[in-house]
Write a protein that binds this ligand. Structure first.
Ligand SMILES: C[S@@+](CC[C@H](N)C(=O)[O-])C[C@H]1O[C@@H](n2cnc3c(N)ncnc32)[C@H](O)[C@@H]1O
Length: 217
């Protein structure tokens, strides 16, 4: 475990399957990991935050832990996708650049400082064993005022999710992600929201978002 993440409780970042992620992610999974309502909530959020492409912007966006779909309704000017499986990334029709990298082995992002307007991470933060380092890198590659958008649900590959994530509830997971961003430094205060219907009895996948802006100074 890295120095930055070492103050979490013993076993927090343990996983039931400790083998290299390259093994688990070798077969391409051209599927969706949350239901249609939750996916629509992600797309809606990206529009609301002005991250989706539009004639009014020429944004460069980084989708971390990406796959064949980035849930943007309109492609940004540039979309860089980084994930574990080359075939999944090849199938991402919006991508303008594709990088295969295991962030649990190497959390250093191969990009220049301040070179992105937004960094996204959808339904994947729970697989990181060095999340604070990765988010510190996300802050470095974001321009001042750029946004990080982390979305998640209560579904996952349990053998690959960290123990700390599996042992808590939705509220606890929101607190974990907010804490990661706080520890990463360089972000303004994070905002946490539930983006799917809040009605009692709603049976779809919940979709939570934690967003923050790269501090300007
Ligand atoms: C549940 S899928 C989510 C994919 C996509 N973000 C989405 O919204 O559908 C988890 C993704 O995390 C990526 N991933 C898992 N472990 C990773 C690691 N150690 N480094 C980089 N990416 C990883 C995998 O490539 C996989 O595509």
């Amino acid at each position: 475990m890295s120095e930055i993440d070492s103050s979490y409780s013993d076993g927090f970042f343990d996983r039931a399957d400790p083998t290299p992620d390259t093994i688990f992610y070798r077969p391409p999974r051209l599927v969706t990991h949350i239901d249609d309502t939750a996916i629509a909530a992600v797309s809606e959020l990206y529009e609301e935050l002005g991250i989706a492409g539009s004639l009014a912007n020429r944004h460069r966006v980084l989708d971390l832990m990406s796959s064949w779909v980035s849930h943007l309704r309109v492609a940004p000017h540039e979309l860089v996708v980084l994930g574990m499986n080359a075939s999944e990334l090849d199938a991402n029709s919006m991508a303008t650049e594709r990088i295969v990298q295991d962030l649990n082995v190497d959390p250093v992002l191969p990009f220049a400082d301040g070179s992105f307007d937004a960094v996204l991470c959808c339904v994947s933060i729970d697989y990181l064993v060095r999340p604070v380092e990765v988010l510190r890198e996300a802050a470095r590659v974001l321009r001042p005022g750029g946004q990080v958008v982390i979305t998640f649900s209560n579904r996952c590959f349990p053998s690959k999710a960290i123990r700390g994530w599996l042992e808590t509830n939705d509220e606890g997971r929101c607190a974990i992600v907010r804490d990661y961003l706080h520890r990463a430094g360089a972000f303004d205060e994070a905002h946490v929201s539930l983006r799917t219907p809040t009605a009692r009895g709603y049976r779809g996948d919940p979709l939570y978002a934690v967003t923050a802006r790269r501090a300007v100074s």
